[in-house]
Write a protein that binds this ligand. Sequence first.
Ligand SMILES: [Zn+2]
Length: 411
Amino acid sequence: MKSNKKPWPLRSTHGIRDRINTNPDFQRPPVWGRAQKQLLVDTILRDYDIPKLYWRKVSAKPDKYDVVDGQQRLRAIWGFFDGEFPLQKDAEPIDGEVVANLHYEQLPDELRMRFDVYALDVVVLEDSDEDEVREMFLRLQNGTSLKAQEKRNAYPGQMRAFVHQLASHPFFASVGFANSRFNHDLVAAQLLCLEMAGGPTNIKDADLNRMYADNSQFDAKCSDAKGVQRVLNILAETFPEKTPELERFNVVSTYCVIAEVQKQYAFDQVRPLLRDWFLGFEAKRSAQEELPDDEVDPEWAAYKEKISHSTDSADSLRWRMDFMLRSLLELHPTIQRKDNQRAFTHVQRLAVFRRDKGHCQLRLTCDGVKLAWDEWHCDHTVPWTSGGKTTVENGRAACSPCNLSKGATPV
Ligand SMILES: [Zn+2]
């Protein structure tokens, strides 16, 4: 793979934007909101450095490029040229010139010129095959690389054999990503890592390497081995056909959702709902992605951020699992906790709290007071002792005085 670094004036990149593909198939959709775009433009106008961009040259005469890294910066720059947004309302003056709220066309000539000729450091990759580029992209984005999985596949020990066997599970025929460079082995290793941790955890290269090193005597009949196979069987049954929506980041989070539902909720009730819920969730995500920045629901904007960066971190996975699970419980508020357990789960509480808009629904001693997340009660509408179920539907937000004044008497 040849590469060369050149400074590209912003105006020139804008001039050939039709030949620059900012959305090659291994890229995530754009995730920047207006504030991030404005900050970048402000940074450029103040002549500060911004990080290098990576483009892959895919054809010559005319030259065409795929953006490996930097697509969001490019889109922000082009959007500013095209008048899609002004500078921030509270932008500080630049060189004594007031710039707050100005569009590109309204800038003083000197600043407009500074923007035009500002040089991006662009590394152009030539003669690179798709696997190499994908590898580079993954390294730049996630820190998880497929080459690392190739190396793990050379580890001695039982773990390697078991992961390899998992990767040939029928479910992997339904996922939306190909098995080039042991992609399926990588995801199988990540699922096993999640199973062994009992929930969301870091599943980056270093974590997987440690798992291989610590478990060279891995027993293919242990409970973790059975657990991961059980969830894979459920996934295979839920998605019997090729499902393009099952991208890599989605497979790991959906795995977490199913494992969690199995632990906490009446699973037989949930099982038949999974496929339609997942496809509906993905349809909602695409619909949100079509909206202009300022109309996107803030929670979906946060979700989009979580699936764009550090997707293999415990924090991202935990957040995504809770978000997906809550959407499932909101869609099906009669889903019950397992074995008639009395306490509401964290996600059920969140769904009830949001639905009730954080106000006390009892209104016995209060007037529907606004509740703080740290000190509210999730009350069974039909009391648990009278056979009321622990579901979002049968839950309601209550302030402590109301809930206590209710005593054991059903309201
Ligand atoms: Zn109250």
